[in-house]
Ligand binder design. Sequence first.
Ligand code: UD1
Length: 430
Amino acid sequence: MERFIIEGRSNLQGSVFIKGAKNSMLPIMAASVLNSSDGDIKLFNIPDIVDMHVMKRILESLGLKVIYSQNTMSINSGKMDNYAISDELMREMRSSIFLMGPLLARLGKVKVTYPGGCSIGPRPIDLHFKGLEALGAEIREENGFIFARAPYLKGAEIHLDFPSVGATENLMMAAVLAKGKTVLHNVAKEPEIIDLQNFLNGMGAIIRGAGTETIRITGVDGLGSCSYRIIPDRIVAGTFLIAGAVTGGEILLQGIIPSHLDAVVAKMREAGANIETSEDSLLIRKSKIKGVETVYTLPYPGFPTDLQAPMMVLLTLAGGNSTIVESIFEARFKHAFELQRMKAQIHVEGRKAFIRGTDKLLGAEVAATDLRAGAALVIAGLAAEGRTIVHDVRHIDRGYENLEIELQKLGGKISRVKGIHGQQQKAAIG
Ligand code: UD1
């Protein structure tokens, strides 16, 4: 197991270029299965993160040829024929479920198991199933496996009970090859949904409406290859923004789409953060942070649940009290208990966290319980007095490319230490 060792009281200064969004890349890689031509799909701005390597292994297990080098990927799916994903690969990440829609659309059948992922509370996939059934799939479970088949999918009118990001994406990828028209109501409006729509349309799909509550899809007979550049990762950008604010530094975020961070910037400004925006960058300057009444995590364009943990660190170091309400996931406050080890004053009651601001955190030994919680603990360590050790760095590597190197460039005193099993773990990932 690898860990980060952080010497606190870092004052981060400099600029960071933000790479492609994990949450765009994963469904787009899955959607590549839909290319039935011999041509290669070319993807640019692909971050070198563990989840990318896992999705690459899943695609390869299905018979696709995937080549990755220096943030560029080419995918050939001309000769794919396997429709089953092993339990081992399914468990490695939640996004493995994205393959259900495209495999059904391309091959008419799919065999998977329940996906794994971050431990942030129950994450059912009933909305994915209901939607696929509405498109004509027959789904049954047997001995822990999920089998779905449909000689062909047919367009339907589907109302999601909740604007689930994953279900919206899975259904878009299934409906593009369905016969007739599909209308998806109450869908997720995240920028990554628009990115998927643009990518699929680049392959020849006919989709309109992503970014609104209703998506309309006209099925086509087949999809081909295309070249596509993934949008920048707004969650990684938000993480650096908050890192700048808690360390009293000055960080310029480049290569981003600032409007994707509107809710985050608004809430940070409410907390006193000094943020300047331009067309494609954000600058955070030394700020005096104060408590805010309430941060509600909500579907986009609300405050993203993926930045709830980093935001908690910021509010922990604010003058005054704050409340965070986690409305998306049931058990996404595990980082609060780790932050308590660093002397943060947080009281959790169900989906609410009550935070009493303090002028300093103290370094401690903590564990990354999930991806974003891990990033939050790193930020806390950079701001704290003394040394912090963050265990289970593998969670952080799922979504941040070389986080410690980027932070070192900004002046952060952080290093990665390999444990006894470190080498084996890296080998397994590669
Ligand atoms: C995606 C993001 C994740 C982010 C989340 C919410 C990716 C790869 N991951 O996850 O980073 O935290 O959106 O913004 O894009 N739900 C159901 N039934 C379902 C599906 C979802 O009840 O079939 C519930 C979930 O349990 C959760 C809520 O809906 O409470 C939101 O989940 P969803 O939007 O689906 O998140 P993911 O797509 O898994």
